[in-house]
Design a binder for this molecule. Sequence first.
Ligand code: NDP
Length: 246
Amino acid sequence: NQNLQGKVALVTGGSRSIGAAVAKRLAEDGAAVAITYYGSPEKAEAVVRDIEAAGGRAIAVKADAGDASAVRAAVKETVNALGGIDILVNNAGIALGGPIDEITTEDYNRMIAVNVTGVFVATQEAVRNMKAGGRIIHIGSSMVRYAAFPTASLYTLTKGAVAGFNRSLVRDLGPRGITVNTVHPGPTDTDMNPDGGPVSKIVGPGMAIGRYGKPHEIASVVAYLASPEAGFVTGADIVADGGFTA
Ligand code: NDP
C-alpha cells in the first residue's frame, strides 16, 4: 500500500510508543516523514534509521511540544527539508496529574503547554503550509468518553480541549479540502501506560477484547485517516479502545 507516495507527514513525539508506530506506518505507506522528539534523541534517530532501512525518507527534529517557538520551527523545518506538509499527526502528549486538590500550578501549566498549546501551534503553522488534500489528525484519549479512574482530571481537560478544537476546525478547513479528526486510543501498551503497569491493573478488566491495544493498532487508524480515501471523514472522534468505553 503506497497510497501516501509523494506526501509529507509530521508526527509530533515520534521517538517512542504510539508516535514511533505512526511514523513507521506512514513511511511504509509511502510518505516522507518528519518526527519531533524532546527527551529521547537516540530513540528518534533509531526511528529514522528504521524508516531509511526500509527504503523510506525521514528526519528527526528536536522540538519540545511545550515550547511554541520550537514547534513552529519544527513545522518550518519539515516544510523546508521535505518540500511541504500534507499530514500532521499531533501525538506528543504527557500525563501529569493527581487528585484535584493536589495538582500543582506548575504541572497544570506544563500540561496545557504540551497537550494543548503544542497542538494548537503545530496545527496553525501546518495549515499555513497545507494544500487541498491535507490531513490533521490529533491523538486524544478514551478518557474523554469515560472517566475510568480518579487523578486524571487534568489529563482529561487537555484531551477534551483537543477534541473541541478538532470539531470546530472543520468549518475553517473543510472549504480548503483539509480534513481534521481525532483518534481516541483506549489503554495501549506504551511507555506511558505499559501493559502490566499500575493503570492496567485498574482498566485491564474493562477491556472488552480482553487485552491492551498495541501502538500499531492506533497507527493503522491514523493511516486510514491520512489516506486519500478518507476525504469525507472530518470532525470525527474515532475511538480505538478495544471496547473499553463502549
Ligand atoms: P509515551 O509516553 O509512551 O510516548 C510519548 C512520546 O511523545 C514520545 O515519543 C516522547 O518523546 C513524546 N513527547 C513527550 N513529551 C514531549 C514533548 N514535550 N515534546 C516533544 N515530544 C514529546 O506516550 P504514548 O505513546 O502512550 O502516548 C502518545 C499519545 O497517545 C499521547 O498524546 C497520549 O496522551 C495518547 N494516549 C495514550 C494512551 C495509552 O494508553 N498509551 C491512551 C490514550 C491516549 P521524547 O521521549 O523524545 O520526549
